[in-house]
Design a protein around this ligand. Sequence first.
Ligand code: PGA
Length: 255
Amino acid sequence: MSVDRPRPLVAGNWKMNGLRMSAKVLGDIQAGYTPGLKAKVDLLVCPPATLLYTFAHISVGSRIAVGGQDCHAKESGAHTGDISAEMLADAGATYVIVGHSERRQFHGEKDADVCAKAVAAHRAGLTAVVCVGETREEREAGKTLNVVKKQLRGSIPVDSNSQNLVVAYEPVWAIGTGLTPTAADVAEVHGLIREELKRLVGKADHGKVRILYGGSVKPSNAAELMAVENVDGALVGGASLVAADFLAIAGAYLT
Ligand code: PGA
């Protein structure tokens, strides 16, 4: 583990889950974010857009960041149902996830769309959490590294740096399935991402960009996954909805 490893980030992606009463979960996360944890790891919660403003309000002073799960590339306009990065920032978000595989799969988002959204995030002063990852077929065909490389080159904007970019490696087949890659497989892909970041954000900054692993992260596997070289935190779906589990995952950094 290198000494100048970036400060870890554990991020919760709530997806389409959560009602106003879920503010209690955020309160429990806040209560469990002890000084010991604060010293070791940053926390981010990405609730549905309907809860963003409330969550941002509750989080003031807690050092827990809140973020959106997607944004439109444009600042405003005739785009029914969409939300701009500026609107997310206005609601109190400081991060936004872009290019999650569920957006790529169910909304047909391509790398160029993801890149445009990341550009929008930067325009609004948000940190973009750019997601990449292969499908099961791609892994079985031995294409993982090429797929991830292509997604990175197509999705990360030129103005990216370690302050406005986080990369999340999320193998599609591991999301919500309980399956995870081996530590060696995670190390291989994260190593490739770190190497690619040299050309995408520059040699001086590439080591400081946080690279998260996502896909069935749980309290029981967090320590092993977080110990892998070039894994600087986690993007957590299902387990982030339970405060104790989310905190236990972050707790992997206490050991
Ligand atoms: P999961 O989801 O932790 O439920 O597998 C991760 C994600 O999609 O970000």
